[in-house]
Design a protein around this ligand. Structure first.
Ligand SMILES: C[S@@+](CC[C@H](N)C(=O)[O-])C[C@H]1O[C@@H](n2cnc3c(N)ncnc32)[C@H](O)[C@@H]1O
Length: 388
């Protein structure tokens, strides 16, 4: 049985709109173009309504983090962000040190917007810079230049103390030496936190089609692994601990609390189109998913049920372990073996653990399961093997 009071509680809010979909992106995103005609008041009301639906499931717990993701949440009006934050505080309540993050795109970044988000209660901004090379931004289908990205960072710094930015690397045709220079330029900006994602070619994206036609050549596994190891070393040398596979903080208090909650398999409410949630109720872990299509989501929330939940599944011990293992292995500090034991209602497969330990892919000292540097690039395979 999972004890409810073992769990921190987060809130994820999905804003499904972007001015333009990026050709590598497979998130639940809908294009609105430059003339964004979204009815913001209607969306604010519907998001608050769906939040009210979920609030009783908090069962007395207060929120430790909120994350506005997307899509491009910086296209939200600050009033919408404020309405959701106010409702979350009124309906669920906040822990004192709550972290409230909003993802921003340099194309929808201006001083008024940023101060508006800050005044609404946002205290952490995650900026999608993606590259410090104009050519790469063009190839990634981004709508901003390096200059615009840096200008957005300056504006963000005027409004927020806690800022992270995202870069994508191991891009087709990217030279290793140039990436090292680009990364050094990024670190010279002294971010508190930096997320570095290897470009992945996701099924049914434009990049997937271009790859099939031979028009782009993604890096192979060996090259990607070389990029990964060198990147981690360069960051460590600059004093950025990689506390997770792709995330690095200058000091521990800049680590993302919301993402930590996912990796530690804690609870979160998910609202907005396509949002997922994981909530513990009566000792069971419930997985929720909301309607993906914005118009259907709105219609369900407004006219049908006050929420747009399409699936609500009780997860078995096996399901919980399948979700928690790859997440927990991502954390550099590892997770107690007991965490998995409680989730699965059974100890982990001792034989499989011994094999992987012998191969130098993970360690289990002091009751904590951790991947080694060799194991880190193959976490998903390790998780599968541990459950075989
Ligand atoms: C959900 S996205 C939203 C960010 C925001 N809309 C923007 O464009 O700046 C969050 C991050 O995931 C990363 N990402 C998205 N698709 C990816 C892919 N196919 N491969 C690697 N990273 C990806 C990007 O770095 C992106 O900033």
């Amino acid at each position: 049985m999972i004890a409810a009071d073992d769990f921190r509680l987060g809130l994820y809010v999905h804003w499904p709109f972007c001015q333009k979909r990026c050709p590598y992106c497979d998130f639940n995103v809908h294009e609105v173009g430059l003339e964004d005609a979204t009815d913001h008041h209607r969306w604010a009301t519907a998001l608050v309504r769906e939040l009210q639906h979920f609030a009783p499931l908090a069962q007395g717990r207060r929120l430790t983090s909120i994350f506005f993701g997307g899509g491009t949440p910086s296209l939200m009006q600050p009033e919408t962000v404020a309405a959701v934050i106010e409702a979350a505080q009124a309906e669920i309540g906040f822990q004192n040190d709550i972290e409230i993050t909003l993802e921003a795109n340099p194309t929808s970044s201006d001083a008024d917007r940023f101060t508006g988000f800050r005044d609404a209660g946002v205290n952490r901004l995650s900026l999608g810079i993606q590259s410090l090379r104009d050519k790469a931004l063009l190839a990634l289908g981004r709508q901003h230049s390096v200059e615009e990205a840096l200008a957005a960072l300056t504006l963000a710094r005027a409004a927020f103390d806690n800022i992270s930015f995202d870069l994508m690397y191991a891009r087709p045709r990217q030279h290793f030496d140039d990436w090292q220079v680009e990364l050094a330029e990024a670190l010279a900006l002294h971010p508190n936190h930096i997320s570095l994602y290897q470009l992945t070619i996701e099924p049914n994206t434009i990049f997937d089609q271009l790859t099939r036609k031979g028009m782009i050549q993604p890096k192979d596994e060996d090259e990607t692994a070389d990029f990964y190891l060198a990147t981690r070393q360069q960051l460590a040398a600059a004093g950025y601990a990689g506390y997770e596979v792709s995330n690095h903080a200058r000091e521990p208090h800049f680590e993302s609390q919301h993402n930590r909650l996912y990796w530690a398999y804690q609870d979160y409410i998910g609202i907005g189109p396509g949002a997922h949630g994981r909530l513990t109720s009566n000792g069971q872990k419930i997985a929720t998913r909301q309607h993906r299509a914005p118009s259907v989501w709105l219609d369900h929330v407004e006219s049908v049920a006050g929420h747009a939940t399409v699936t609500r599944d009780v997860l078995s011990g096996e399901d919980r372990l399948a979700e928690a293992l790859p997440f927990g292995l991502r954390l550099t500090e590892g997770m107690p073996l007991d965490h998995y034991h409680r989730l699965a209602n059974a100890p982990l497969n001792a034989k499989a653990l011994a094999v992987l330990e012998d191969e130098g892919l993970l360690t289990t000292s002091d009751g904590v399961l951790k991947v080694t540097d060799q194991g880190r690039p193959v976490i998903d395979a390790l998780a599968r093997y541990l459950q075989s």
